[in-house]
Every structure is written in C-alpha cells, then in structure tokens.
Design a protein around this ligand. Structure first.
Ligand code: KG4
Ligand code: ZN
Length: 357
C-alpha cells in the first residue's frame, strides 16, 4: 500500500512516499535559514514557508517515487506548532478528496520512535529479514529532538507509555541554547558537535545534571544551561571575548555533560524497570550526533540492549517518511479516517504518544 505522507509540524516542509516500511521517496525542505536571525523558529514564518513550498515538495515526493496517486494520505497532527500543522492537514484533506482516498492521522513522536525500522528501497527489493522481523516486544524507544526528550516503553507498534521525559528543555533545545550563548548559529546541535570534536571537555568541567538522582525518571537541562552561562560570564570577565579554543572547550564540556545526563538517566530507568526488552529504538534530530550514537551504543551493550538508529541521516531530523511508516502500521490496525470522517481530522499541538495506545 503506497502512502503519501506529509509533515509540517515545525520548520521543515516534508513529504514522502512509503510502502510499508520501505521508503520510496523522502523530500524535506527546511525553512531554517529564514529563522536563523531570530535564533529560533518563528511560527508565522514557518507557516508562510509551508504554504509556499508544500505543493512543490509533494510533487517531488510523488515523482521520485514514480507514482501519480497513492492509496492513502498520511499527515502529522501533532505535537507541533498549531499554525504550521494546519497547513499539512488542510493539504492532506484536499488531496484525499481529489484522489478519493482516506487519511491517516499520525503522531509526530511516534514517527520519530519508529524511524529506525525504515528500510531502503533496494533495487532488487529482496530482503530476507526486515528490521521489524528481528524485533522483540516490548522494546524501549528514545526520542531526542529539538522538542522532545522521551524514554518510551513500546509494548508493540501502536502501544506506548512514556516512562521518562524532560522537566524543562529538550536535549536539542538545550544544545541550541548553548550554541546561542557561545555566539554561534542556529540550530546549534550540529555546530556544537563539530566544535566539541576539537575541544577538551575537562578544561571547564560543568556540573552533571541531577547527579545521583538518575532514578527520578526525568531529564533536566536548565541547571546545566545556567552553569554554562555563569561560566561564560566568568571567562569573559577575566579574559575578554571568548577565543576559538575556549569556545571549543566550552562546547565540548556542555555536550559531554548533556549526553552523560541523558545516557545516565536512560540507563538507570531501563535497569530499574521491571520488563525484559532487547532493543532500544532511537530517533530524532539529535541522534544525528556521532558522539551520542557511540555513547548510547556503549551503554546499551553494557546492559544487554541492541540500539537501533535510522541508518539514513535524513530520517533523524524531521521528515515525512517516518510519518508514512507509522501510518502504514496504523492503517493495518484500522486507524484510517474513512471518507467524510477525515474532515474531522484536526491538529493536536500537544499530542502525547501515550494516547496512541
Ligand atoms: O527532530 P528534529 O529535526 O526536530 C524536532 O522534532 O525538534 O530535531 C532538531 C534538533 C535541533 O535542536 C538540532 O540542534 C538537533 O536536533 N541536531 C543535533 C544534530 N543535528 C541536529 N544535535 C546534536 N548533534 C547533531 N549533529
Ligand atoms: Zn521532530
């Protein structure tokens, strides 16, 4: 079943065609450059950019997948920016009316957490085992993005329980803010990663968030951010503007502590939880970070878990392929909004993945 999926939850206008877990096309147009001067995503600018680009992005997704009309249309209904979500939802309904197809409403976090299950569209299309066939349930899921830091117990596809989440900022958001404090660009995660590779994390040791309280099943980055800001002010007071080396060392220190905290809480929560799982599925923009991939793999190996991460970087950040993939599963379990019913599909800006159960 071919699905055209649309995601306009934040600053990426995304459309993709999927067939089960196979990605036929995955087009993402980012309006990030338009937000850069504001240091974060401006909803009204994102909305306008979606309106301008959505038709072109959808056309490209269909052309690349070599189809004219899908069997189903899928769309992200939340969580995300209300006025941005609306654009994708309106377009999905319009297309479903034209094509006389149904609509599948998808939760964006579900898309991220299922993204490691995506398969490439291989030339022969012959695959002995899909990643999904090798999975065990329940499994653990981790979403690390600009808007979410959630550790999820996945009973099966479609049945989720959030076990640990952030008290304040999401991990990606914290990295973006740290970059801003250092006078760097937006989004900051990738910039911090590059600088951290050159820096020494021990030069300016920052405090580890919630040290000794990893059992509380929550993440927190506000203390780390405050400590970083105070440290920057102190260095500037003594030696003036930050040097390149100082910026690299500060980036390395912030990233090291931010990841140490994430990995520590994930590890402790999983170990404390009375469930036997074999896999940890990880999705979201921050998992593009090589250091984090390594840290998570090391931790997982120690506690007997296999980490599953999207092989393709384009599946880490926001994209619609993960929405199509999630929609395929949802359609299988009867989650299709039939005919006129889909007119009721509406945005849910604060949607929780737990409601997918
Ligand atoms: O999943 P995503 O594209 O959007 C949300 O759903 O939020 O994630 C965006 C976040 C941003 O905070 C960005 O700084 C971060 O992912 N990010 C990274 C890297 N690439 C993107 N963080 C760390 N290292 C990276 N290489
Ligand atoms: Zn996202």
């Amino acid at each position: 079943m071919k699905i055209l999926a649309i995601d306009t939850s934040c600053d990426e206008t995304a459309a993709a065609v999927t067939d089960g877990v196979v990605i036929k096309s995955n087009i993402v147009w980012s309006s990030i450059s338009l937000h850069q001067e504001w240091g974060g995503v401006v909803p009204s600018i994102a909305k306008r950019a979606h309106l301008e680009r959505i038709d072109e992005v959808i056309k490209k997704a269909l052309t690349r997948a070599r189809i004219e009309k899908p069997d189903l249309v899928a769309v992200t209904i939340g969580p995300g920016l209300a006025i941005a979500l609306e654009i994708g939802i309106a377009k999905a309904k319009e297309l479903a009316r034209t094509w006389k197809t149904d609509v599948v409403a998808v939760n964006h976090i579900e898309g991220h957490v299922l993204s490691p299950l995506a398969e490439r569209d291989t030339v022969s299309n012959f695959q002995k085992f899909r990643k999904l066939d090798l999975m065990h349930w329940p499994a653990w899921g981790l979403v690390v993005s600009g808007g979410h830091t959630s550790l999820i117990l996945m009973e099966s596809v479609g049945s989720y329980k959030t076990i640990a989440t952030t008290q304040d900022d999401a991990l990606g958001e914290a990295l973006d803010k740290a970059a801003r404090m250092l006078g760097l660009g937006y989004p900051g995660g990738e910039i911090i990663e590059k600088l951290a590779e050159k820096g020494n994390p021990s030069t300016y040791p920052l405090p580890l968030p919630m040290r000794g309280r990893e059992n509380l099943k929550s993440f927190s980055y506000s203390g780390l951010k405050t400590a970083m800001w105070q440290l920057i002010l102190k260095i500037k007071n003594t030696s003036g503007e930050l040097s390149k080396t100082q910026i690299e060392d500060l980036a390395a220190s912030f990233q090291a502590r931010a990841f140490q905290h994430l990995v520590g809480v994930v590890r402790r929560t999983i170990m404390d939880y009375d469930v036997t799982a074999y896999e940890l599925l990880v999705g979201g923009g921050v998992i593009a970070n090589m250091r984090l991939r390594k840290d998570l793999r090391l931790m997982a190996r120690e506690i007997g878990l296999k980490v599953m991460i999207p092989g393709n970087m384009r599946l880490c950040g926001d994209n619609a392929a993960m929405i199509g993939l999630a929609a395929g599963f949802k359609a299988e379990r009867g989650g299709i909004q039939r005919e006129r019913q889909f007119e009721n599909v509406d945005r849910v800006p604060r949607a929780k993945i737990d409601s997918e159960c």
